[in-house]
Design a protein around this ligand. Structure first.
Ligand code: GDP
Ligand code: IMO
Ligand code: MG
Length: 423
């Protein structure tokens, strides 16, 4: 069967750490969407590592890691990442596999991303500028080049044709970028990529499933950044939700088993777009400082606010979440009071539903106040140590979402995680 771990908010929920924690129960860890816009942090031997495209199971020797067809892959970032993990003794030639159907991010995709963002002015998305949107546009526009194409003689001529097309688009934007250094890096990285295990991902994964092997699909970004269900247009360009697993790996829906949703104990967002519970005051600043809320990919300060149960309930619904992991509980340790958004007020009406256009409606979050636990929770090892206030906080989430919080994470370390029995 395939289990899924994915983010329920606007990304950076701590997916990397949680995938690394659950990885030993699986034979294959697979990324099914997104690309180097992701930054998944994990700690190996107390050293911090941020992975962008390689799945977060790579540090477990016996686990196979697959980059699925739904991903958009930048060979340059991949080559750098492979060098980083090799420094930790990982042999990528042994346990990293890449689908031949995975689309490539070209240097001109990065230039186009920049040009599109600049042209939007104040309405910019806040893209990571990694070329994600132009690469997915070329996929759906049926122009893109795929990893399997690298192995054919016609690759260079197809590349030149596509670059020409991109050049015309860049001219339309009146945007110019010197990309010759990027291209040099790109072609070096392509040669490296050709030496890795390029496979037919859908047969690879289905054959493993037929042999009874367990697969964990690792989501990138978060449900509120989903191209269909997120806060459009301030979203990413892929289906980040559990449905994306089927099209992003080539597995049938009947094979999806557990869907583990990750949510912070509060909420963050990086980039532009609606964020109803955002705090622009000292409390938001305290969350940012205590939680070290700076982007793992771009270093940008993350916007911070209270947990939003309206958005979370929506995310649980569209993903079919079977259990939750609540991360960064320790970040709330010092607060006297904590707030949870339980409803939105919009156009004078109270609602528990996420509106069609969050950008058009003024949303006033309705809060329920909780007493803080005011203790250092980062040393807790067992549910019996949890203060009553923390239990009340977790129980309310369980009850409202109708999905159990199965684990809480109380620090960035590999061992800072506590199993919560079903209450
Ligand atoms: P991802 O993109 O979902 O994998 O998350 P990121 O790696 O972008 O951001 C999560 C950040 O929070 C990283 O710096 C993690 O090391 C850190 N982190 C994860 N879980 C916890 C936790 O329970 N407590 C604290 N304090 N930090 C955590
Ligand atoms: P992980 O996997 C947080 C955001 C960007 C921007 C929007 C579109 O680490 O959780 P894009 O580059 O995809 O065109 O940017 O999406 N974004 C993320 N925010 N975590 C991520 O990934 C993100 N990937 C993209 O900031 O607002
Ligand atoms: Mg991240």
């Amino acid at each position: 069967m395939v289990d899924v771990i994915l983010g329920l908010q606007w990304g950076d929920e701590g997916k990397g750490k949680i995938v690394d924690y659950f990885a030993p129960h699986y034979s294959i860890i697979a990324r099914f969407q997104g690309g180097p816009n992701a930054g998944h942090t994990l700690y190996v031997n107390d050293k911090k590592i941020v992975l962008h495209q390689i799945p977060s199971g790579i540090f477990h020797e016996s686990i196979v890691n697959l980059i699925g067809n739904g991903v958009v892959l930048d060979p340059v970032t991949l080559k750098k990442e492979c060098a980083t993990v090799a420094g930790f003794g990982v042999d990528v030639k042994k346990n990293l596999f890449i689908s031949e159907r995975t689309h490539l991010i070209l240097p001109t995709h990065r230039a186009l991303d920049k040009a599109a963002e600049l042209s939007k002015g104040d309405g910019k998305i806040g893209s990571t500028l990694k070329g994600i949107s132009p690469a997915y546009m070329d996929k759906t526009g049926r122009n893109g080049l795929r990893v399997g194409d690298l192995l054919h003689k016609s690759f260079i001529s197809s590349y030149i044709k596509l670059r020409l097309k991109h050049q015309k688009l860049l001219d339309n934007y009146h945007f110019s970028e010197e990309i010759s250094a990027w291209e040099e890096e790109f072609f070096e990285a392509v040669e490296f990529l050709k030496t890795l295990n390029i496979v037919n991902g859908e047969y690879f994964i289905n054959e493993a499933l037929n042999k009874g092997k367990k697969v964990l699909a690792e989501g990138a970004q978060g449900s509120m950044l989903d191209i269909d269900f997120g806060t459009f247009p301030f979203v990413t360009s892929s289906n980040t939700i559990s449905a994306g697993v089927c099209s992003g790996l080539g597995v049938p829906p009947q094979k999806i088993n557990e869907v583990i949703g990750i949510s912070k104990a509060y909420c963050t967002r990086v980039g532009s777009g609606p964020f109803p519970t955002e705090l622009m005051d000292g409390t938001g600043e305290q969350l940012r400082t205590t939680g070290s809320e700076f982007g793992a990919t771009t270093g940008r300060p993350r916007r911070c606010g209270w947990i939003d149960l309206v958005a979370l309930e929506f995310a649980c619904m569209i993903n079919g979440v079977t259990s939750l992991v609540m991360t960064k509980a320790d970040v709330l340790d010092a607060f006297d009071e904590l707030s949870m958004c339980t409803a939105y007020k919009t156009d004078g009406e109270i609602t528990n539903q996420v509106p069609f256009q969050m950008t058009r409606n003024q949303i006033e979050p309705q809060y329920k106040i909780f007493k803080g636990w005011k203790q250092d929770s980062s040393f807790f090892k067992d549910v019996s140590e949890l203060p009553e206030e923390m239990k009340a906080y977790i129980n309310f989430i369980n009850k409202t979402l109708g999905v159990p919080v199965g684990f809480i994470s109380n620090g960035p370390g590999r061992d800072q995680i506590i199993k919560i029995p079903v209450l």
